[in-house]
Ligand binder design. Structure first.
Ligand code: ADE
Ligand code: ZN
Length: 335
């Protein structure tokens, strides 16, 4: 077996944690089409291949328009259950043993879907996956940053009724023009209520947004963060604090943050000692789950076995698992 084949085998068979995954972004075109029919929701596509050909994005904004449109087919608790169940089967296939999952309740509540329907469907599927094949998971609720803080406070109130199911809050959607400082009070309240905090920052937006997420929102992780290399002081701070950056390489190519995977800065970030790992973001839209992300990065960036191992170990280190459980998974890589 060549060294490259060995690394690919290692990627496939290693247990992994996924820390940046939008559950609505796992809605595969065939499933979207089926749900639109079942729920009688009009979509501007007459077949699955038309859906697939619409997945050609020029930036984050152009993706979000299609992404929110796709989410409209999710109506019943069973739909959220089935969506999540399809994802947990992908976890099994990819050897993802722990998943920390985002959901966007405002996308659903603002079109008349009850919060309980959304969270219960997701939660029940995750519980079943835990029982049937041991997948562990956490749920993180994201605020839509293109909406105002008042809307965020309203959804946080609803989340308080489901504190047993939601471990943290995050922030996603249109980054540029919606800096983290817009939600300083909201995040303060969420922290006071016992939620962990994370935020998308430095996906397309400037290093300043990463500083704000760290200093004002007190986040435990930065989602994406790839723009951090523009600012040396920030890199030093991220290195010293070992704040994780949940990098999503195939997403960054599809949304044209980088032109080609060969130009992605993942390896540079890793070699600077930053706490990075690989995630899939919205795999149904960006063309690959976690193994495909890792395998394509390995080929494009010529990642060594050692580098791949560090990325996978970092996925556990950066998770919200208890220290003992983290160490249990990490110890499997010690030989
Ligand atoms: N919502 C779903 N995917 C996202 C991404 N990559 N960035 C911001 N918001 C998102
Ligand atoms: Zn994301």
């Amino acid at each position: 077996m060549s060294e490259k084949e060995k690394i690919i085998e290692f990627i496939k068979r290693s247990p992994k944690a996924e820390l940046h995954l939008h559950i609505e972004g796992t809605l595969e075109p065939s499933h979207l089409f089926k749900l639109a029919k079942k729920n009688n929701i009009k979509i501007p596509f007459s077949n699955i291949s038309e859906i697939k050909s619409a997945y050609n994005f020029s930036n984050l904004e152009s993706f979000l328009k299609i992404f929110y449109q796709g989410s409209r087919v999710l109506i019943k608790e069973q739909d959220f259950f089935d969506l999540t169940w399809a994802y947990v089967l992908k976890c099994k296939e990819n050897n993802v043993v722990h998943a920390e999952i985002f959901f966007d309740p405002q996308t659903h509540v603002n079109r008349g879907i009850n919060f309980d329907i959304v969270i219960n469907g997701i939660y029940k599927a995750l519980q079943k996956a835990n029982k049937e094949f041991g997948l562990t998971s956490k749920i993180i609720m994201c605020f839509l940053r293109h909406l105002d803080e008042v809307s965020g406070f309203k959804i946080l109130d609803q989340a308080l009724l489901h504190k047993d199911k939601i471990v943290g809050v995050g922030m996603d959607s249109s980054e540029i023009g919606n800096p983290p400082r817009k939600f300083e009070k909201l995040f303060k309240k969420a922290i006071g209520e016992g939620f962990l905090t994370v935020a998308h920052a430095g996906e397309e937006g400037p290093p300043e947004y990463i500083w704000e997420a760290l200093n004002l929102l007190k986040v435990k992780r930065i989602d994406h963060g790839v723009q951090c290399l523009q600012n040396e002081k920030l890199v030093q701070q991220l290195k010293d604090s070992q704040i994780p950056l949940t990098v999503c390489p195939l997403s960054n190519i599809k949304l044209r943050v980088f032109n080609k995977l060969k130009e992605h800065n993942l390896k540079k970030m890793l070699n600077k000692g930053l706490m990075v790992m690989v995630n899939s973001d919205d795999p149904a839209y960006f063309g690959g789950y976690i193994n495909k992300n890792l395998i394509e990065c390995q080929a494009a960036l010529n990642l060594s076995m050692k580098e791949v191992k560090v990325l996978i170990i970092n996925s556990f280190k950066s998770s919200f698992l208890k220290e003992e459980k983290k160490n249990e998974w990490i110890s499997k890589f010690s030989s």
